[in-house]
Structures are given as C-alpha cells and as structure tokens.
Design a protein around this ligand. Sequence first.
Ligand SMILES: [Cu+2]
Length: 381
Amino acid sequence: MRGLKQLGLGIMAALGSAVVLANYSWNFPEPVTPIARETLHVHNLFMVVILLIFFSVLAIMLYSFWSHRKSRGQKAADFVGPKSNKQWFWVLLPFACLLVLDYGIFGIPAFHAVHMYEDTRTDADLVVKVTGSQWLWQYEYPSEGVRFNSRLVTPRAQIDNKEPKGQNYLLEVDNPLVLPVGKKIRFITTSNDVIHSWWVPAFGVKRDAVPGFLREFWATIEKPGIYRGQCSELCGKEHGFMPVVVKVVSQEDFKAWLAEKKGSVASAAVDDGKPLSLDEMKAKGEKIYVTTCIPCHQANGMGIPGAFPPLNGSKVATGPVDVHIKTVLNGGRPGTAMVAFGKQLSNADIAAVITYERNAWDNKTGDVVQSAQVAALKGAP
Ligand SMILES: [Cu+2]
C-alpha cells in the first residue's frame, strides 16, 4: 500500500512540474485568425474530454485489477462473444461520443470548425495565388498584376554548420508575402511540379498545393506582424528549405507596398528588353546561380557525381546556345531533378544565369545571352 501511495505522489509531482514548465512554446502558436482560434478551442475541448475518458477508464481498470485479484479468490470469467445484450451499451457509448465531438450533433465543435475552414464562398477583399515550386513559393496578386518569388535566404554556411545558426534559421526569405491586416484573404493554391503544402501555424491554415489543381482556403489575419511557416509536404531534396514568411501590415502600408512592387515590376519589364554587357550579365547571373542552382550543381559548377551533372565543361553549357536555353527553360529529361525554370524565372534572369554558366569556371565561351533569345524559345518544343 505504501509503495502505491509513493507511486501516486511521484506521478502527481511529475504532472505538476510539467504544468509549471509548460509555456506557450508547448502549445499552439498564438492564434491570429478566426480559424486558428476555433482550431485551438476544438483542440482544448477535445483534450479535456479525452483526458476525462482516459482517467475514468484507467481508474476502472486499476480498481478492477486490484479488487478482483487471484489472491482474493477471484476466478476469471471464461466466455467467447457477447455475454448479454448489455454489452452493446459499451459499443455504442464511444460511438456516441465520437458523433457528438466530431459531427456536432448538438451544434458542437469540429463540424463548425471544418465548415468554417472550407467556406471560401463569401466575398474576399483580396485574392492571392500561391504556387509551390521546387523549392520556393511564388506569390501572385492577380487583380494587381503583381507576382514574385519568395526564396530562402539562410546562408549556405549556416546550413553546412560552418557558421552559427541565426535566429530565424531556415525560416527567412528574400521576399515575404505581404498582406493587409483585418481583410478577408482568399488563397488559391497550386503547384508547378510536385505536391507542396502551404502552412502557417498561427493562421491555422495548411493546404496542399497540387499540380494541375486549384485549391482554396482563406484567412482574416487580426494582428500585424511577421508570421513564419514551412512547406509541409515532402517535396524533394530541399523540402526543408522553402519556408513561408508572411508580413501582415496595415491597409495603408499594404497599399504603399503594392504601389512600390508594381513600380519594380514595371522596371523589371523594361530591364527585360535592355541588352546588357557580358560583365553585367555575368554578375547578375551569378546571383541567380547562387540562390537557385547551387543546391544541385554546386558553387564550383562540378555538380554531385551520380546525381547532378557538372556544368563546368558540360557539353550543354559550352555547346549550342539554343540547347542550353531550352534545357533551363524546360528542365532536364523527364524524371530528372532539373527544374523547368521557364515557370520560375523571368526571361532576363534566365538569360543572365545562362550567360554566367557559359562564362564561369573553365567555361569561356564569351557568349552573352539576351532575354529576347530566351523569349523566342519560350514555348518552343
Ligand atoms: Cu515543398
């Protein structure tokens, strides 16, 4: 009996210290959308119900073990199949619990939450298209004509353990998605290649981005701030390296940001047509190479034997320009990891990165590829 009492005290002490230790990082992140709040409520309610059931069943079991033990002369019952119709009660009771909790027979929780999550009908203030791509997110505001890529900026040195890891290690991008606070935002999501999943825990939303399909979800974010999430569908080698960063700002700041973004899109369009010199192109292309191509082809252009071909001395990177452009535009042979960059990069960026490849390392072709050449081959077989 004493041993049991000590065990009981031990368990209580352990539970107590867990409660003391518990801080918000153990829980859901602070919810900032109606859906996230609802999800948290459902979770908390279910947790209470589950714990109640768990402890009552455990208590009945412990009591039964204790008071029906052999040394007290108890004999085990010996039967197969239902002994009486009363047992149906124990089958139907848990079933009823599930019905009440999940399907909300009495207007209760999970059903309401799921219904709310799926209800993308109501008029949205803003539509944002989210496209997953190996391995970055593309954001588009279709009604504003603004579109950009959002890519990891954590330095390779941190990933390779050559530098100490920063505060937002693997959760930082060059161009965060910017959204206005307090507006209903309808997201449309799809993918260029494999299935990705756009997930921001604080919004309580996660939706798979499936190639060939448009899928929707929505969020009204109630609090300005920077929110971080990740791709949560295993999508290949750099799956862990395509974070989601959302900057939520006031309506005025959002308008200002949009105007500025539109301006930069316009100037990029002008840039698209302007021929650049070899050095300018090479410098621009190197930046793109470092962020986009290094994971596979490596900084020294030597690739990874057996997986990714070298570009240094490659027949494609030193051979006919058109073949090179087509490879980068349309990707490698089917089934290889070489991405079709025609959907990810602008013509000017593709021209620059190709110029870089043709003039970096030992490749000294002297070729300057212009965006017009890329444009001409776009969509060609
Ligand atoms: Cu992904």
